[in-house]
Ligand binder design. Structure first.
Ligand code: 11C
Length: 341
Protein backbone atom coordinates (compact mmCIF):
# COMPACT_ATOMS: atom_id res chain seq x y z
CA UNK A 1 0.00 0.00 0.00
CA UNK A 2 1.14 3.55 -0.78
CA UNK A 3 0.41 6.51 1.51
CA UNK A 4 -0.50 10.17 1.15
CA UNK A 5 1.96 11.85 3.49
CA UNK A 6 2.30 15.36 4.90
CA UNK A 7 5.37 16.73 6.68
CA UNK A 8 4.61 19.83 8.75
CA UNK A 9 7.74 21.85 9.52
CA UNK A 10 9.47 20.52 6.41
CA UNK A 11 12.13 23.24 6.35
CA UNK A 12 13.23 22.89 9.98
CA UNK A 13 16.23 20.93 11.32
CA UNK A 14 14.05 17.89 12.22
CA UNK A 15 11.78 18.18 9.15
CA UNK A 16 14.82 18.02 6.87
CA UNK A 17 16.01 14.81 8.57
CA UNK A 18 12.52 13.29 8.30
CA UNK A 19 12.56 13.91 4.54
CA UNK A 20 16.06 12.44 4.19
CA UNK A 21 15.00 9.28 6.06
CA UNK A 22 11.75 8.87 4.08
CA UNK A 23 13.83 9.12 0.91
CA UNK A 24 16.66 6.81 2.01
CA UNK A 25 14.32 4.17 3.40
CA UNK A 26 12.04 4.35 0.39
CA UNK A 27 8.90 4.88 2.46
CA UNK A 28 5.83 3.79 0.41
CA UNK A 29 4.65 7.26 -0.66
CA UNK A 30 1.77 7.96 -3.04
CA UNK A 31 1.96 11.72 -2.56
CA UNK A 32 3.97 14.06 -0.34
CA UNK A 33 2.79 17.46 0.89
CA UNK A 34 5.33 19.75 2.54
CA UNK A 35 3.75 22.18 4.97
CA UNK A 36 5.08 24.94 7.21
CA UNK A 37 4.22 28.15 8.97
CA UNK A 38 3.47 31.16 6.76
CA UNK A 39 7.08 32.31 7.27
CA UNK A 40 8.63 29.38 5.37
CA UNK A 41 5.83 28.89 2.81
CA UNK A 42 7.01 29.25 -0.77
CA UNK A 43 10.45 27.73 -0.13
CA UNK A 44 11.42 24.83 -2.38
CA UNK A 45 12.65 21.54 -0.94
CA UNK A 46 14.19 18.69 -2.93
CA UNK A 47 12.77 15.17 -2.51
CA UNK A 48 13.80 12.22 -4.70
CA UNK A 49 15.14 14.54 -7.37
CA UNK A 50 12.01 16.72 -7.49
CA UNK A 51 11.50 20.20 -6.09
CA UNK A 52 8.43 20.50 -3.90
CA UNK A 53 7.07 23.93 -2.96
CA UNK A 54 6.34 24.25 0.74
CA UNK A 55 2.75 25.35 1.45
CA UNK A 56 1.37 27.17 4.46
CA UNK A 57 -0.27 24.58 6.74
CA UNK A 58 -4.04 25.10 7.08
CA UNK A 59 -6.83 22.77 8.21
CA UNK A 60 -7.76 22.00 4.57
CA UNK A 61 -4.14 21.04 3.82
CA UNK A 62 -4.88 17.70 5.46
CA UNK A 63 -7.71 16.67 3.12
CA UNK A 64 -6.82 13.30 1.62
CA UNK A 65 -3.70 12.82 3.80
CA UNK A 66 -3.15 9.42 5.50
CA UNK A 67 -0.17 10.17 7.79
CA UNK A 68 1.17 13.57 8.91
CA UNK A 69 4.48 14.10 10.68
CA UNK A 70 4.51 17.32 12.72
CA UNK A 71 7.69 19.10 13.79
CA UNK A 72 6.85 22.79 13.52
CA UNK A 73 6.56 23.57 17.23
CA UNK A 74 3.92 22.89 19.86
CA UNK A 75 1.58 25.75 18.92
CA UNK A 76 1.32 24.57 15.30
CA UNK A 77 0.54 21.01 16.46
CA UNK A 78 -2.02 22.26 18.96
CA UNK A 79 -3.72 24.39 16.32
CA UNK A 80 -3.67 21.93 13.42
CA UNK A 81 -3.43 18.32 14.61
CA UNK A 82 -7.12 18.26 15.73
CA UNK A 83 -8.19 19.41 12.23
CA UNK A 84 -6.02 16.68 10.70
CA UNK A 85 -7.50 14.04 13.06
CA UNK A 86 -11.01 15.19 12.09
CA UNK A 87 -10.06 14.40 8.50
CA UNK A 88 -8.95 10.89 9.44
CA UNK A 89 -5.22 11.61 9.38
CA UNK A 90 -2.87 9.70 11.71
CA UNK A 91 -0.62 12.40 13.22
CA UNK A 92 2.88 11.66 14.51
CA UNK A 93 3.69 14.68 16.62
CA UNK A 94 7.27 15.53 17.43
CA UNK A 95 6.39 18.39 19.80
CA UNK A 96 5.51 18.66 23.47
CA UNK A 97 1.85 19.48 22.68
CA UNK A 98 0.22 16.07 23.36
CA UNK A 99 2.91 13.99 25.07
CA UNK A 100 1.33 13.92 28.50
CA UNK A 101 -2.26 13.73 27.22
CA UNK A 102 -3.62 10.45 28.66
CA UNK A 103 -5.33 9.65 25.32
CA UNK A 104 -2.11 10.03 23.33
CA UNK A 105 0.43 7.21 23.22
CA UNK A 106 4.02 8.39 23.79
CA UNK A 107 6.15 5.97 21.84
CA UNK A 108 9.73 4.80 21.54
CA UNK A 109 9.37 1.72 19.32
CA UNK A 110 12.13 -0.25 21.09
CA UNK A 111 10.29 0.31 24.39
CA UNK A 112 6.51 0.36 23.84
CA UNK A 113 5.71 -0.09 20.14
CA UNK A 114 2.38 -1.79 20.97
CA UNK A 115 1.03 1.52 22.36
CA UNK A 116 0.79 2.80 18.77
CA UNK A 117 -2.29 0.60 18.33
CA UNK A 118 -4.12 2.56 21.05
CA UNK A 119 -3.93 5.89 19.26
CA UNK A 120 -6.97 8.11 18.75
CA UNK A 121 -5.44 10.01 15.86
CA UNK A 122 -2.26 11.34 17.46
CA UNK A 123 0.92 9.50 18.46
CA UNK A 124 3.48 11.61 20.32
CA UNK A 125 7.21 11.39 19.73
CA UNK A 126 9.06 12.01 23.02
CA UNK A 127 11.73 14.60 23.75
CA UNK A 128 15.17 13.72 22.33
CA UNK A 129 17.01 13.43 25.65
CA UNK A 130 14.27 11.12 26.98
CA UNK A 131 14.23 8.84 23.92
CA UNK A 132 17.89 7.84 24.07
CA UNK A 133 17.75 7.29 27.83
CA UNK A 134 14.70 5.00 27.81
CA UNK A 135 15.91 3.06 24.76
CA UNK A 136 19.09 2.21 26.68
CA UNK A 137 17.35 1.52 30.01
CA UNK A 138 14.23 -0.45 29.03
CA UNK A 139 15.97 -3.85 28.68
CA UNK A 140 17.67 -3.30 32.06
CA UNK A 141 14.38 -2.23 33.66
CA UNK A 142 12.77 -5.44 32.37
CA UNK A 143 15.51 -7.54 34.00
CA UNK A 144 16.32 -5.72 37.27
CA UNK A 145 13.55 -3.13 37.82
CA UNK A 146 14.68 0.50 38.00
CA UNK A 147 14.16 2.28 41.32
CA UNK A 148 15.87 5.59 40.59
CA UNK A 149 17.65 7.38 37.73
CA UNK A 150 19.91 10.40 38.21
CA UNK A 151 20.72 11.86 34.81
CA UNK A 152 22.91 14.78 33.78
CA UNK A 153 22.81 15.75 30.12
CA UNK A 154 25.30 17.39 27.79
CA UNK A 155 23.00 18.52 24.99
CA UNK A 156 23.83 19.63 21.48
CA UNK A 157 22.74 23.03 20.22
CA UNK A 158 20.87 21.49 17.26
CA UNK A 159 18.18 20.59 19.83
CA UNK A 160 17.31 24.28 19.80
CA UNK A 161 17.11 24.38 15.99
CA UNK A 162 19.16 25.57 13.04
CA UNK A 163 19.37 29.13 14.38
CA UNK A 164 21.10 27.87 17.56
CA UNK A 165 23.64 26.01 15.41
CA UNK A 166 24.31 29.18 13.42
CA UNK A 167 24.58 31.18 16.65
CA UNK A 168 27.11 28.74 18.17
CA UNK A 169 29.33 28.81 15.10
CA UNK A 170 29.10 32.61 14.89
CA UNK A 171 30.01 32.99 18.58
CA UNK A 172 32.89 30.52 18.31
CA UNK A 173 34.37 32.50 15.46
CA UNK A 174 33.91 35.74 17.40
CA UNK A 175 35.80 34.27 20.39
CA UNK A 176 38.66 33.08 18.17
CA UNK A 177 38.77 36.49 16.47
CA UNK A 178 38.73 38.17 19.90
CA UNK A 179 35.50 39.97 18.99
CA UNK A 180 32.38 40.54 21.14
CA UNK A 181 30.22 37.42 21.30
CA UNK A 182 26.84 39.21 21.66
CA UNK A 183 24.71 36.23 22.73
CA UNK A 184 21.38 36.41 20.93
CA UNK A 185 19.59 33.08 21.16
CA UNK A 186 20.35 30.71 24.07
CA UNK A 187 19.35 29.47 26.55
CA UNK A 188 15.79 30.36 25.50
CA UNK A 189 15.04 32.50 22.44
CA UNK A 190 11.87 34.00 23.92
CA UNK A 191 13.46 35.11 27.22
CA UNK A 192 15.22 38.50 27.37
CA UNK A 193 18.43 37.29 29.06
CA UNK A 194 20.95 35.44 26.87
CA UNK A 195 24.21 33.62 27.66
CA UNK A 196 27.30 32.80 25.65
CA UNK A 197 27.26 29.19 24.39
CA UNK A 198 30.66 29.13 22.63
CA UNK A 199 33.26 27.51 24.94
CA UNK A 200 30.66 27.36 27.72
CA UNK A 201 28.14 25.07 29.43
CA UNK A 202 24.67 26.47 30.20
CA UNK A 203 22.68 24.65 32.90
CA UNK A 204 19.35 25.77 31.49
CA UNK A 205 17.40 24.18 28.64
CA UNK A 206 13.93 25.66 28.22
CA UNK A 207 12.13 27.72 30.86
CA UNK A 208 12.21 27.25 34.64
CA UNK A 209 9.21 25.74 36.44
CA UNK A 210 7.97 26.70 39.93
CA UNK A 211 9.78 23.68 41.41
CA UNK A 212 13.24 24.88 40.28
CA UNK A 213 13.57 22.32 37.48
CA UNK A 214 13.59 23.42 33.84
CA UNK A 215 10.94 22.29 31.37
CA UNK A 216 13.51 20.03 29.66
CA UNK A 217 14.25 18.36 33.00
CA UNK A 218 10.53 17.92 33.72
CA UNK A 219 10.07 16.38 30.26
CA UNK A 220 12.70 13.77 31.09
CA UNK A 221 11.08 13.06 34.45
CA UNK A 222 7.45 12.78 33.27
CA UNK A 223 8.01 11.19 29.87
CA UNK A 224 10.26 8.44 31.26
CA UNK A 225 7.50 7.24 33.62
CA UNK A 226 4.88 7.32 30.85
CA UNK A 227 6.99 5.52 28.20
CA UNK A 228 8.21 2.88 30.64
CA UNK A 229 4.64 2.51 31.93
CA UNK A 230 5.89 2.73 35.51
CA UNK A 231 5.15 5.74 37.72
CA UNK A 232 7.28 4.34 40.51
CA UNK A 233 10.57 5.06 38.71
CA UNK A 234 12.25 8.03 40.41
CA UNK A 235 13.97 10.41 37.99
CA UNK A 236 16.18 13.41 38.78
CA UNK A 237 17.54 15.36 35.82
CA UNK A 238 19.97 18.21 35.27
CA UNK A 239 20.00 19.31 31.63
CA UNK A 240 22.94 21.28 30.29
CA UNK A 241 23.56 22.82 26.87
CA UNK A 242 27.11 22.48 25.54
CA UNK A 243 28.66 23.73 22.29
CA UNK A 244 28.37 20.43 20.42
CA UNK A 245 26.39 20.62 17.17
CA UNK A 246 24.89 17.10 16.85
CA UNK A 247 24.45 14.39 19.50
CA UNK A 248 23.22 14.54 23.08
CA UNK A 249 25.39 12.84 25.72
CA UNK A 250 24.06 11.69 29.09
CA UNK A 251 25.66 10.54 32.32
CA UNK A 252 23.31 8.12 34.09
CA UNK A 253 23.30 6.76 37.64
CA UNK A 254 20.73 3.97 37.71
CA UNK A 255 19.69 2.24 40.92
CA UNK A 256 18.00 -1.13 40.43
CA UNK A 257 15.61 -2.99 42.71
CA UNK A 258 17.52 -6.24 42.20
CA UNK A 259 21.21 -7.12 42.36
CA UNK A 260 22.87 -7.05 38.98
CA UNK A 261 25.88 -8.56 37.33
CA UNK A 262 27.97 -6.28 35.11
CA UNK A 263 28.75 -9.03 32.59
CA UNK A 264 25.04 -9.73 32.25
CA UNK A 265 24.28 -6.00 31.85
CA UNK A 266 26.80 -5.92 29.00
CA UNK A 267 25.20 -8.90 27.33
CA UNK A 268 21.67 -7.42 27.72
CA UNK A 269 22.80 -4.15 26.14
CA UNK A 270 24.67 -5.96 23.36
CA UNK A 271 21.42 -7.65 22.39
CA UNK A 272 19.12 -4.65 22.91
CA UNK A 273 17.35 -3.39 19.77
CA UNK A 274 18.64 -0.03 18.53
CA UNK A 275 21.45 -0.01 21.11
CA UNK A 276 25.17 -0.33 20.40
CA UNK A 277 27.58 -1.12 23.23
CA UNK A 278 30.89 0.75 23.02
CA UNK A 279 32.71 -0.09 26.22
CA UNK A 280 36.38 -0.95 26.24
CA UNK A 281 38.61 0.93 28.68
CA UNK A 282 41.83 -0.57 27.35
CA UNK A 283 41.12 0.83 23.91
CA UNK A 284 39.57 4.08 25.24
CA UNK A 285 36.42 3.06 23.40
CA UNK A 286 33.21 4.74 24.54
CA UNK A 287 30.37 6.66 22.90
CA UNK A 288 31.26 10.06 21.44
CA UNK A 289 28.90 12.66 19.99
CA UNK A 290 31.19 13.13 17.00
CA UNK A 291 30.84 9.43 16.15
CA UNK A 292 27.12 9.13 16.95
CA UNK A 293 26.25 12.10 14.70
CA UNK A 294 24.47 10.91 11.56
CA UNK A 295 23.75 7.44 12.97
CA UNK A 296 20.38 5.97 13.98
CA UNK A 297 21.43 3.99 17.08
CA UNK A 298 21.78 4.78 20.78
CA UNK A 299 25.38 4.24 21.93
CA UNK A 300 26.15 3.06 25.46
CA UNK A 301 29.42 2.72 27.39
CA UNK A 302 31.50 3.58 30.49
CA UNK A 303 29.58 0.85 32.35
CA UNK A 304 30.64 0.52 35.97
CA UNK A 305 29.15 -0.58 39.26
CA UNK A 306 28.78 2.26 41.74
CA UNK A 307 31.29 2.28 44.61
CA UNK A 308 28.82 3.16 47.36
CA UNK A 309 25.66 1.42 46.18
CA UNK A 310 26.14 -2.04 44.77
CA UNK A 311 22.66 -1.97 43.20
CA UNK A 312 23.60 1.10 41.13
CA UNK A 313 25.12 1.28 37.66
CA UNK A 314 26.88 4.26 36.10
CA UNK A 315 26.82 4.67 32.34
CA UNK A 316 27.22 7.07 29.41
CA UNK A 317 24.60 7.26 26.65
CA UNK A 318 24.96 9.16 23.37
CA UNK A 319 22.69 9.50 20.35
CA UNK A 320 22.05 11.88 17.46
CA UNK A 321 19.29 14.09 18.86
CA UNK A 322 17.89 14.94 15.43
CA UNK A 323 17.74 11.26 14.38
CA UNK A 324 16.82 8.73 17.11
CA UNK A 325 15.95 11.75 19.27
CA UNK A 326 13.45 13.06 16.72
CA UNK A 327 13.23 12.25 13.00
CA UNK A 328 14.18 8.57 13.10
CA UNK A 329 11.88 7.77 16.03
CA UNK A 330 9.01 9.46 14.15
CA UNK A 331 9.80 7.62 10.89
CA UNK A 332 10.01 4.31 12.81
CA UNK A 333 6.46 4.98 14.07
CA UNK A 334 5.32 5.81 10.53
CA UNK A 335 6.92 2.59 9.21
CA UNK A 336 5.10 0.56 11.88
CA UNK A 337 1.77 2.15 10.88
CA UNK A 338 2.50 1.54 7.21
CA UNK A 339 3.28 -2.14 7.85
CA UNK A 340 0.11 -2.62 9.91
CA UNK A 341 -2.17 -0.96 7.33
C1 11C B 1 16.64 20.48 23.20
N1 11C B 1 15.34 18.56 23.87
O1 11C B 1 17.66 19.79 23.09
C2 11C B 1 15.27 19.88 23.27
C3 11C B 1 14.67 19.87 21.90
O2 11C B 1 10.30 18.84 23.28
O3 11C B 1 10.84 18.06 21.36
C4 11C B 1 13.41 19.08 21.75
C5 11C B 1 12.20 19.75 22.29
C6 11C B 1 11.03 18.82 22.30
O4 11C B 1 16.68 21.71 23.22
Amino acid sequence: KLFHLAVVGATGAVGQQILRLLEERDFPIQSLKLLSSARSAGKKVAFKGEEIVVEEAKPESFDGVDIALFSAGGSVSKALAPHAVERGVICIDNTNAYRMDPDTPLVVPEVNVEKINEHKGIIANPNCSTIQMVAALKPLHDRYGIKQIIVSTYQAVSGAGQSAIDETLRQSKAVLDEQDVNPDMLPVGSLPKKHQIAFNAIPQIDVFQENGFTMEEMKMIRETKKIMGDDSIGVTATCVRIPVVYGHSESLYVEFKEDFDLAEVRSILENAPGVVLQDNMDEQHYPLATEAAGKLDVFVGRLRKDLTNEKALNMWVVSDNLLKGAAWNAVQIAEYIAKKS
